[in-house]
Design a protein around this ligand. Structure first.
Ligand SMILES: Cc1cc2nc3c(=O)[nH]c(=O)nc-3n(C[C@H](O)[C@H](O)[C@H](O)COP(=O)(O)OP(=O)(O)OC[C@H]3O[C@@H](n4cnc5c(N)ncnc54)[C@H](O)[C@@H]3O)c2cc1C
Length: 453
């Protein structure tokens, strides 16, 4: 056998690999596998009719330079011969995710019969629960749900009104970078979203009655907050935002050895010293450290948040809604492919079945961190292929990777490019694109002018 072909029943065929999930990890690993296996057939499958996962549906709409990583991912599909099959869910017996009508599906068992290796890169998209009484009350919102609405995720097309129900005073639990994305959304003026691809209906709904106070609760002391200094400095550019620090904030700079922690504390203290600009105070941002939520208060909807203080005792804050920004976990679409998920363990579930990215490492880390992970996992897969550890799928070279049922409904990369062009050409004034909000609309545009499969 050469590196890229399989000897079966006397005939050679190229290796066949399916990557499940077209987010950053799926795209990075497809690219890394392509470099090692230039003649292999590689297909990236996604349950949505579009690629790019959280780059499209998580990264904040006012951070377009971060979203530009998709240009790099474009190349693997347009120039490097990696195939895309959107609108196809990969399911396992353990996952009964609702498949939307008009969407294709293939079981993991069927897929494994048709390829030599399957790599799962399905991420972890569900909001982690707060785990305190009252969290089921109306007015408690996950940061993932909110950022999906702002990014026009088709699963949340009916939830646009969410931004109109936040009320006057919002609590955010957690102070990682996603929390800072939410602070920027709440605190910026509508005009500040020039050049973004924000969902305009959600933005307009919010700006009919924007918040006047944001309380952010971080259970750790100031130096251990999770956000990046750069993200904090960006808040300093928002006109009318007045910031104060509370609770466990007193650690002297000279006692902080870690450079990253020191820079974060400096950024937070500088932010709190900025006086309101000429426009005057518009929104108050209070950052509380050493403050862990204990109970969401209210009977019919949120009226407050009870917080345990590291200094002892509790304090109640009157708030109209609570946004949890404390991380992510497995969602209904994320198949359990065996072994524990998100434990940072081996990428190999068994020879021929692998996982990569957030699904393997847990919901931490930036987009570029998934590249290093993908390169390492690709090396393990190639080593398994070369050592003969993976039993070869007994399938002919010309057989399509997806069964006909799923293939008939799949969105190809060319189909996706029609959606991409449509969204950019129909962008509202001041927007880089206006995303099609439902899968039905995406599929309609994807199939315009497409020849039947
Ligand atoms: C709100 C938010 C904002 C962020 N902002 C930034 C930022 O500004 N900068 C930065 O560097 N990082 C940011 N990150 C982190 C970054 O998004 C992640 O590191 C990265 O997206 C993880 O990539 P992934 O491919 O593992 O998962 P994902 O991006 O979640 O991709 C998973 C893909 O799998 C698909 N899928 C799921 N289940 C199935 C199935 N059963 N069958 C087929 N397909 C399936 C999904 O549709 C999705 O396309 C942010 C994360 C979040 C949540």
């Amino acid at each position: 056998m050469s590196d890229n072909t399989v000897e079966l029943s006397g005939a050679e065929r190229p290796l066949r690999i399916a990557v499940v999930g077209a987010g950053p990890s799926g795209c990075f690993i497809a690219g890394a596998l392509r470099r090692s296996l230039p003649t292999a057939r590689i297909v990236v499958i996604d349950r949505l009719p579009c690629p790019f996962g959280l780059v499209r549906y998580g990264v904040a709409s006012d951070h377009q330079s971060t979203k530009n990583i998709t240009r790099q991912f474009d190349r693997i599909f347009s120039r490097e011969g990696v195939e895309f099959a959107g609108n196809v869910s990969v399911t396992t017996a353990a996952v009964n995710a609702e498949i939307q009508s008009g969407a294709g599906s293939v079981t993991l068992a069927e897929l494994r019969d048709r390829v030599d290796a399957v790599v799962f890169a399905t991420g972890l998209a569900a909001d982690r629960a707060l785990g305190v009484p009252g969290e089921g009350l109306p007015g408690v919102i996950g940061s993932g749900a909110l950022t999906r609405v702002l990014n026009s995720h088709p699963d949340d097309a009916d939830a646009i009104a969410l931004t109109a129900t936040l009320g006057d005073r919002v609590a955010i639990v957690g102070l990682g970078n996603v929390a800072v994305d939410i602070i920027r959304f709440l605190a910026k003026e509508a005009a500040d979203f020039e050049g973004s691809d924000i969902n305009d209906a959600a933005l307009a709904a919010y700006h009919r009655a924007p918040v006047t106070r944001i309380d952010v609760f971080s259970r750790s002391a100031i130096e251990l907050a999770k956000c990046d200094a750069q993200m904090i400095r960006e808040l300093g550019q928002i006109s009318g935002l007045v910031v104060s620090l509370h609770g466990d904030t007193a650690t002297p700079l000279e006692q902080i050895e870690d450079r990253v922690q020191k820079s974060r504390v400096e950024a937070l203290r500088e932010l709190a010293q900025l006086a309101a600009d000429a426009a005057g105070p518009r929104i108050e941002l209070r950052l509380h450290f050493g403050a862990a939520p204990q109970e969401v208060l209210g009977e019919e909807r949120v009226v407050g948040l009870r917080v345990a203080l590291s200094a002892g005792g509790t304090q109640d804050y009157a708030v109209d809604s609570v946004v949890s920004a404390i991380g992510f976990g497995a969602d209904a679409h994320s198949p359990d492919i065996g072994g524990t998920r998100a434990d940072g363990g081996s990428c190999r579930v068994e020879p021929g079945l692998y996982r990569v990215g957030w699904l393997r490492r847990g919901p931490q880390g930036t987009i570029p961190e998934n590249r290093a992970d993908a390169v390492a996992v690709a090396a393990e897969i190639v080593a398994d292929l070369e050592s003969g550890a993976i039993p070869r799928a007994d399938i002919a070279a010309e057989a399509p990777i997806l069964p006909s049922r799923a293939r008939a409904l799949a969105v190809s990369y060319e189909d996706w490019l029609r959606v991409d062009r449509h969204e950019c050409e129909h962008a509202a004034t001041g927007r880089t694109r206006s995303k099609l909000p439902t899968t039905v609309q995406m599929l309609e545009v994807a199939r315009q002018g497409a020849t039947a499969a």
